[in-house]
Design a protein around this ligand. Structure first.
Ligand code: SF4
Ligand code: SF4
Length: 496
């Protein structure tokens, strides 16, 4: 057992209001620079939709992530040989139009336009060429457009739905949407790191943050192709790639990442997960139907004396172990089992987890008033507006049973709460719902509390920074290009 620590995040999607405050906070701090105008290290997408860059989930187009290769994995579109072949022409690389052409308005024209019969206008100009442009798209171009032919209907997650199922989703009264905030997943098996010919990318030993050494980056842009989440970007001005750094300078001074700190819906939870780095390759190379479970099993119980002992032997500080024991992420992911990784089939072992949205059944009118009986409000899962197959494509590699289990747990929490606050639900039904979820009343209340009433200190639990661990836990990633589990090839040694 090779115990490491990782800072991870949970997003509670039912709480996201799509305000984009997180994106703006990130932009103002990190990408408000020349060459980075089009970059959104944090972006928020409307689902169903095609996202940013457009259709990023479709790996037939972008060839991101890893594919199973016997007992190991190899990069889909980058890596040693494939990378060499595409080094001067990479057909899978997103181009600017796949993101959008960044623009501003020529506000000065409003003041300097000569007197005339018309109102002066501030036309859009490209931030790259300075020329006038007709705006064609933007980073959240399909914001709230959950039924349009160009966006929602091109969502790759419909692949397992029949035509009839898709059509029924687009009936006006059934139409629905939810938001999907995304940052870099700081993966345990990062494809970006595995693809870099210059060894510029690395995973920080002490907390698992994935970074790009700007001095070593040689602009090959293999990371842009390799990241299946399209969270590594190329800066055309500096000639270097860049990505979300999980606000590590803020973390090191005990502050939350800007996206989390500014989140209006308080949907984000940050905490430590302990995991077994020995298992990275085996997990990444699991069979499709075992991939998600294997990932869940790589995270370790921070209360287990064996895990604590192995963590200490590896140089993991006691304060990190304590933070892992108090981690809200551990609670949502491992204890309560209601948060899932996004697209585990990309095999990068991502470290962001999502509590899927409930999207309840349609409200109906009975005798001129809205139907608000418990039976209606907690209608069965088949009546929910977002099909299980759709959510399964996002979070469980197509396993609808697993999504249904999570939904039942979330429903049980709501039913329990309704029982406490309204009390109109049959007690036997409440008990049954909790049994199905595998919860007792105490657990259901704890989930309710962390979901709805948690203080900032409960949502943000990280240890003091331990830079002293980084040297021991890092390794020159260039030595192991195209392989799994970067940054963790050798066990750390104390006393360097
Ligand atoms: S592969 Fe993972 S760690 Fe690398 S940029 Fe993409 S999301 Fe981030
Ligand atoms: S700030 Fe929070 S609530 Fe607003 S879009 Fe971002 S994640 Fe959602």
């Amino acid at each position: 057992m090779d115990v490491r620590s990782q800072i991870s995040m949970v997003f509670h999607l039912d709480k996201c209001i799509g305000c984009h405050t997180c994106s703006i906070a990130c932009k103002n701090i990190w990408t408000d620079r020349r060459g980075a105008e089009y970059m959104w290290w944090n972006n928020v997408e409307t689902k169903p939709g095609t996202g940013y860059p457009t259709k990023w989930e479709n790996q037939d187009i972008y060839k991101g992530g890893w594919e199973k290769n016997g007992d190991s994995v190899s990069l889909k579109g980058a890596g040693k040989l494939k990378g060499l072949k595409n080094i001067f022409h990479n057909p899978y690389m997103p181009v600017l139009e796949d993101y959008y052409v960044p623009w501003a308005y020529k506000y000065q024209d409003l003041f300097t336009a000569p007197e005339g019969d018309d109102q002066p206008t501030a036309r859009a100009v490209s931030l790259i060429t300075g020329e006038h442009i007709d705006i064609q798209s933007g980073p959240n171009w399909d914001d709230d457009l959950s039924g349009t032919p160009d966006y929602a209907r091109n969502d790759v997650n419909f692949k397992n739905l029949t035509q009839a199922e898709q059509e029924s989703m687009f009936q006006l009264e059934q139409m629905t949407l939810h938001y999907l905030p995304r940052i870099c997943n700081h993966c345990l098996n990062p494809a970006c790191v595995g693809s870099c010919p210059s060894g510029a990318l690395y995973k920080r030993g002490e907390d698992g943050v994935v970074l790009i050494n700007q001095d070593r980056c040689r602009a090959w842009r293999m990371c842009v192709t390799a990241c299946p989440y399209k969270k590594s970007y190329y800066n055309w001005n500096t000639g270097k790639s860049e990505k979300c750094i999980l606000c590590y300078p803020r973390l090191e001074s005990g502050q939350a990442p800007a996206c989390m700190h500014s989140c209006v819906g308080r949907i984000r939870y940050l905490g430590v997960m302990l995991y077994d780095a020995d298992k990275i390759q085996a997990v990444a190379a699991s069979n499709d139907d075992q991939l998600l479970e294997a990932q869940m099993n790589i995270y370790l119980d921070p209360f287990d004396p064996e895990v604590i002992k192995a963590a200490r032997e590896n140089g993991v500080h006691d304060s990190t172990i304590k933070a892992a024991q108090e981690s809200p992420v551990y609670k949502f992911v491992k204890e309560w089992k209601i948060a899932l990784p996004l697209h585990p089939e990309f095999r990068t072992i991502p470290n962001l987890f999502y509590v899927p949205p409930m999207l309840p059944a349609m409200a109906s009118v009975e005798n001129g008033t809205y139907e608000t009986t418990s039976e209606h409000m907690f209608a069965n899962l088949d009546q929910q507006r977002l099909p299980m197959k759709y959510l399964a494509s996002l979070f469980t590699n197509g396993d609808t049973n697993r999504i249904a289990q999570v939904m039942k747990r979330l429903l049980a929490v709501k039913i329990n709460r309704r029982d406490i606050t309204v009390g109109d639900y049959d007690k036997i039904e409440v008990k049954k719902a909790l049994e199905v979820a595998g919860y007792d009343v105490h657990t259901a209340n704890a989930i309710f509390r962390l979901t709805s009433l948690a203080t900032f200190e409960e949502r943000f639990v990280i240890p003091p920074a331990h830079r002293e661990e980084s040297i021991e836990m890092l390794e020159a990633t260039a030595d192991a290009k195209g392989e799994t589990g970067f940054g963790f090839k050798t066990r750390p040694e104390r006393g360097l």
